[in-house]
Design a protein around this ligand. Structure first.
Ligand code: SF4
Length: 350
């Protein structure tokens, strides 16, 4: 049986709850075992995220400072010029990113904006980076145009369980989200889809989200697990903190349910100390954002991440389907330059 054939798409809440509630050490041991069957346990994929259109979004996601429904004092920006996006992508590549994610605060892309968006995909691709976009709801035609332009990944988060969804977003439905994910698959692109912890959801809601993702016809290739970043002015500004161990447990369950997916430690990483990030990697998280700002909420600086990688013996992962030596050499060169710069701290030297 191939590794893919052994993937499951029929998880039940009882089974997943039993995984989550087992003793912490047993859960982490199990998740790390699964992780090692499918990945190099000492590699983490690194993506850079750029907001290409910021704020004034017509959706009402209660966690989001970019929603036009809340007053968060965020500076709104129109769609960025293609050349500026390409410059940022070239910078991201130079600091070792292998994937460049572009996010626009839209309900859906308009016909007027699509040509610019397609140019961005082609340009970033030509730089030798994987491309990812998040533009809101897509129709079948837009999805095909993005795939034809060379878009590798489409990010479209399910956010939470279907049962809790209406408490967080009222301007679109879960079914619409699933429909866009279906179009993305039909067009042959990879899926990045995950959710947020800390919005007042129950344990069953967290597990319900993971079950939704794992029970899709194919697992998303990338599963971002976010910790709510509480922003003043949004309805969730005073939400209760997530227990750090529950967060790590959720990552571990995601790793077990979707063994071949990259589980991304995503928004909220800035609030986590290094020990918690190390535990997240132990639980099977193997993807992070670094470098540029993580949309509008800030992200630890690239050199701090490189330093943590160095101390943990972690290497940034090269592009999977790109064994191409030129690209690998570019990443290694970027790392050498970082190491030689005053920003890079070598734990062995102190
Ligand atoms: S999460 Fe996305 S869709 Fe929701 S308000 Fe923010 S930018 Fe808009």
């Amino acid at each position: 049986m191939s590794a893919t054939a052994s993937l499951r798409h029929d998880w039940t809440l009882d089974e997943v709850r039993a995984l989550f509630t087992q003793p912490f050490n047993d859960l982490i041991f199990q998740a790390q075992g699964v992780h090692r069957q499918h990945f190099n346990a000492n590699e983490v994929q690194v993506s850079t995220l750029l907001s290409i259109k910021t704020g004034a979004c017509p959706e009402d996601c209660k966690y989001c400072p970019q929603s036009g429904h809340y007053n968060t004092g965020l500076d709104k920006e129109k769609l960025m010029e293609v050349q500026k996006v390409l410059k940022a992508a070239a910078e991201a590549k130079a600091i070792g990113s292998t994937r460049f994610c572009m996010g626009a605060a839209w309900k859906h892309p308009s016909a007027k904006d699509m040509p610019y968006v397609l140019e961005m995909v082609k340009g970033v691709k030509a730089l030798g980076l994987e491309t990812c976009m998040t533009l809101g709801t897509l129709d079948a035609e837009q999805t095909k145009a993005l795939a034809d332009a060379g878009l590798d990944y489409y990010n479209h988060n399910l956010d939470t369980s279907p049962e809790f969804y209406g408490n967080i977003i009222t301007t679109r439905t879960y079914a619409e989200r699933l429909q866009t994910l279906g179009y993305v698959r039909e067009a042959g692109m990879k899926i990045c889809s995950g959710g947020i912890l800390g919005m007042g959801e129950s344990l069953d809601d967290r597990l319900g989200l993971l079950i939704q993702l794992a029970n899709l016809p194919e697992h998303p290739e990338s599963v971002p697990i976010n910790m709510l970043v509480k922003v003043q002015g949004t309805p969730l500004a005073e939400a209760e903190d997530v227990d750090p161990f529950d967060f790590i447990r959720t990552l571990a369950v995601a790793r077990i349910l979707m063994p071949q997916s990259h589980v991304r430690l995503s928004a909220g990483r800035e609030q986590m100390n290094e020990q918690m990030q190390a535990l997240a990697f132990l639980a099977g998280a193997n993807s992070i954002f670094y470098g540029e700002k993580l949309l509008t909420t800030g992200n630890p600086e690239a050199e701090r991440d490189m330093r943590l990688f160095q101390r943990l013996g972690i290497k940034p992962e090269a592009r999977e389907e790109h064994a191409d030596e030129v690209h690998q050499a570019a990443i290694e060169q970027a790392l050498v330059e970082q190491r030689n710069s005053a920003l890079f701290h070598d734990a062995a030297a102190v």
